[in-house]
Design a protein around this ligand. Structure first.
Ligand code: UD1
Ligand code: UDP
Length: 376
């Protein structure tokens, strides 16, 4: 029996790890699986746990309002110690690039567990963008024993860092597993919140916005908000829905600059199922989110990405996303181009999503089944 500890802490990690938890649970004779949440996020994490019906065996409950990277990193490492000593996992699974990912992989390494990294190998090679995620990924990559890369390009990044190819498996991104498993249910049973919002939108074309990146805090967010304000004022027929991330550094400028504009709806973060519904309803999505740019093209939605550089070049190459950075004029121009040029809109909406076929989790679990505990 292989003992597996799956650790995550933020909304996107939870969405991308949920289908993996479920897949492992299909094989109780081979895996003893426990889930530990650091709760780096609280409400935004709990929304996902509720939707996927995951009840963690360990909850470190670490989120503090306005937390910083120093305290959070230290707390995760310290608070994971008793969990690791209690369960003594053979393998610790971490996901992506957050502080939870980096600190949990350090703690797992200290405990002697083998580190397994989901969504491995993404790189910008720019230490400050995304900050601190690029370095979180690189640190996690050094500590990882088994790398589950979403694409061949992410595998190649790891090979260039002298990782043995036999320790890398290309899987697709588990976010597509989550989306495929959820989308039909979501369309069948929209929540009452969604029905109310849909009534308000009254069939108008919808621009869906999300944003939270640390490197955009400050001036970047001001430029983003100025762009959204101009778009809303110049295109009165458009409705803009913006579920605002709970980080106070995001909430403050967004509420201040966009609070009083009639066709901009600032709402709380949507539960995952409501957000899928909203993506499906949207005409265009503007975001700096990693996960959203991976999942939206599966629903045929063009995505404008508010980043200067990307660790997801596959999406740019596939033509499913366009990088607009935080340049006010560029955000406005690219939005208007999609609204006004039907051929351009159709072309972007019909491109193939490079991030997978929805079977990433079964590939990961099959790989884990094949591993011989005595030889790892
Ligand atoms: C974190 C991750 C980022 C990831 C993002 C996903 C790090 C350094 N950053 O950024 O990589 O892309 O999550 O959303 O790991 N808050 C709440 N309730 C919540 C969640 C957040 O109130 O449920 C507020 C709190 O005041 C908290 C603050 O947001 O202190 C910042 O949360 P934190 O996880 O440190 O940073 P994010 O910007 O969410
Ligand atoms: N998401 C959500 N509710 C929202 C906004 C986003 O459930 O109001 C989901 C979205 O479907 C995606 C994930 O959250 O899977 C992305 O999270 P986020 O943008 O916070 O982080 P990132 O992907 O940039 O790390």
């Amino acid at each position: 029996m292989k003992k597996i500890l799956i650790v995550f802490g933020t909304r996107p990690e939870a969405i991308k790890m949920a289908p993996l938890v479920k897949e492992f649970e299909l094989h109780p004779e081979e895996f003893d699986v426990r889930v530990c949440v650091t709760a780096q996020h609280r409400e935004m994490l709990d929304q996902v746990l509720t939707f996927f019906d995951i009840k963690p065996q360990y909850d470190l409950d670490l989120m503090k309002p306005g937390q910083d990277l120093y305290g959070l990193t230290a707390a995760i490492i310290t608070e994971l110690k008793p969990v690791l000593e209690d369960f003594k996992p053979d393998f610790i699974f971490v996901h992506g690039d957050t502080t939870t990912t980096m600190a949990s992989s350090i703690a797992g390494f200290y405990s002697g567990a083998k580190v397994c990294h989901i969504e491995a190998g993404l790189r910008t090679h720019n230490k400050y963008a995304p900050f601190p995620e690029e370095i979180n990924r690189q640190i996690t990559g050094r500590l990882t024993d088994f790398h589950f890369a979403p694409t061949t390009a992410s595998k190649e990044n790891l090979v260039k860092e002298n990782i043995d190819p036999k320790d890398i498996l290309v899987t697709g991104n588990t976010v597509i597993d989550a989306l495929i498993q959820s989308v039909e249910k979501v369309k069948r049973e929209p929540s009452s919140l969604i029905k109310d919002l849909d009534d308000k939108l009254n069939k108008a074309p919808l621009l869906l916005v999300t944003g939270h990146r640390r490197e955009n805090h400050g001036d970047g967010f001001i430029r983003i908000c100025e762009a959204l304000k101009t778009i809303a004022i110049e295109r009165k027929e458009l409705q803009i829905v913006y579920p605002v991330h709970l980080n106070p550094k995001v909430l403050e400028p967004v509420n201040r600059i966009l609070g009083d504009i009639e066709n901009i709806h600032l709402i709380k973060p949507l539960a995952y199922h409501d957000f899928i519904w909203m993506m499906d309803r949207a005409k265009i999505i503007i975001t700096d989110s990693g996960g959203v740019q991976e999942e939206a093209p599966s629903l045929g939605k063009p995505v404008l990405v508010m980043r200067e550089t990307t660790e997801r070049p596959e999406a740019v190459d596939a033509g499913t996303v366009i990088l607009v950075g935080t340049n006010t004029q560029k955000i406005i121009n690219e939005t208007f181009a999609l609204l006004d040029n039907e051929a351009h809109f159709k072309e972007m909406s019909s491109r193939h999503n490079p991030y997978g076929d929805g079977n990433a989790c079964s590939r990961i679990v099959n790989f884990m089944k094949e591993l011989d505990l005595k030889n790892v």
